[in-house]
Design a protein around this ligand. Structure first.
Ligand code: NAD
Length: 346
């Protein structure tokens, strides 16, 4: 079978991460890179990959089956629209676009062109996420009543040396929260309303130091989430799972799903329940550890992209679904700014 020919737009940190993943997927061939930076020439050199100064030139000259977009978020809309105009299957890094208006345009244009857009929310590929979703869908913790989670860590001081990193656009809500929101939506379903409180009383920059979020899901479950980039704790998804060598593994779970018959500690799955799912606070509650394999999510995502091009799978998270994760994240920022609860359009 012919290889799936991919063009990469943006060969920075995430572009290189996708390149590494593609090396492990025999059915995919990276055939071109578009990036104006001189660093891209260095990145492409070991594999003799032709470099184009921009996406337009690459799309005009190369025969491609798909593009991976890993440019700065502000460019996503323009790069996706160009790729769709050229009738490509698109994998775009998260968030789908910078604004909801842009995401709407992408949705409409993808449908008009009959092309798939896959949004790069890589956490959906971990078997523990799929297993948690399945456990809840099967009613193994009963009726879902709530979820509570944390992403609390302390970023290094150098992180804030660039002025733009102190701006609200680079704060934990707009940079980090979308991963948590997308994962929780994947497992619990759509979010109907959110409200948020922020504090700035440590660094006193425009970006928030901590945010507390409360939400209600369409299925009537409720949720809370606490996010901070100023608090050294062992409780983040990355540290719980050992997702990346950049963050030490703690194995400490960061999210809990609570139902009428039990609870699920996540992402290192532990199912808590009474014997026969039929006890109350007087009865012993026991833990069942559920093991799932650890995978490289970017390799899984590349394989999924190939299957989409070949027509054997449809996106695990398409443009419309990716827009909902963006909308819920922006709603948190908006609620934090206005002090009002935000009702999400579904
Ligand atoms: N999935 C994740 O966990 C994750 C993590 C970090 C970043 N991201 C997302 O990935 C995207 C890229 O982030 P990054 O950290 O790799 O940024 P980066 O700055 O390291 O890389 C961006 C690259 O895009 C190139 N570029 C800029 N303008 C271009 C243009 N007109 N045409 C082609 N290339 C152009 C730059 O030269 C650079 O090489 C962002 O949208 C970000 O939100 C996702």
């Amino acid at each position: 079978m012919d290889k799936v020919r991919v063009g990469l737009i943006g060969a920075g940190l995430m572009g290189v991460r996708h390149m590494k993943a593609m090396e492990e997927v025999p059915e995919i061939a990276l055939v071109a890179i578009a990036d104006p930076s001189p660093i891209a020439v260095k990145v492409g050199a070991p594999q003799n990959i032709p470099i184009y100064p921009d996406a337009g030139a690459m799309l005009a000259r190369c025969v491609l089956d798909a593009v991976i977009i890993a440019t700065p978020t502000e460019r996503h809309h323009q790069d996706i629209m160009m790729a769709l105009e050229a009738r490509q299957t698109v994998l775009v890094e998260k968030p789908i676009t910078a604004t909801l208006a842009e995401a709407d345009e992408v949705n409409g244009f993808a449908e008009q062109k009959g092309c798939h857009v896959l949004v790069g929310h890589q956490r959906r590929y971990y078997p523990c996420a799929a297993e948690a979703r399945e456990i809840i869908a099967q009613g193994r913790i009963g009726k879902l009543m709530g979820v509570t989670g944390q992403w609390t860590t302390r970023k290094d001081e150098d992180y804030y040396s660039a002025a733009w990193r102190r701006d609200v656009k680079a704060g934990p809500i707009l940079t980090n929260l979308i991963h948590e929101i997308d994962l929780i939506r994947f497992i619990c379903g759509d979010i109907a309303t959110v409200s948020a409180e922020v504090t700035h009383h440590d660094q006193e920059f425009d970006k928030e130091d901590a945010v507390a979020i409360s939400m209600k899901f369409v299925n009537s479950a409720v949720g809370t989430f606490l996010l901070s980039d100023r608090t050294p704790t062992p409780w983040t998804w990355e540290m719980a799972l050992g997702e990346s060598v950049r963050f030490p593994k703690t194995g400490q779970n960061a999210i809990r799903f609570l139902g009428t018959k039990g609870a699920l500690d996540f992402p290192n799955l532990t199912l808590w329940s009474h014997a026969n799912n039929d006890g109350d606070w007087h009865d012993e509650i026991t833990a069942e550890r559920i093991k799932t394999p650890f995978v490289d999510a970017y390799i899984a995502q590349c394989r999924h992209l190939c299957a989409i091009v070949r027509g054997t799978e449809t996106p695990i998270i398409d443009a419309r679904n990716g827009s909902k994760s963006l909308a819920a994240t922006l709603a948190v920022a908006s609620s934090a700014a206005s002090g009002r609860r935000v009702i999400l359009e579904l």
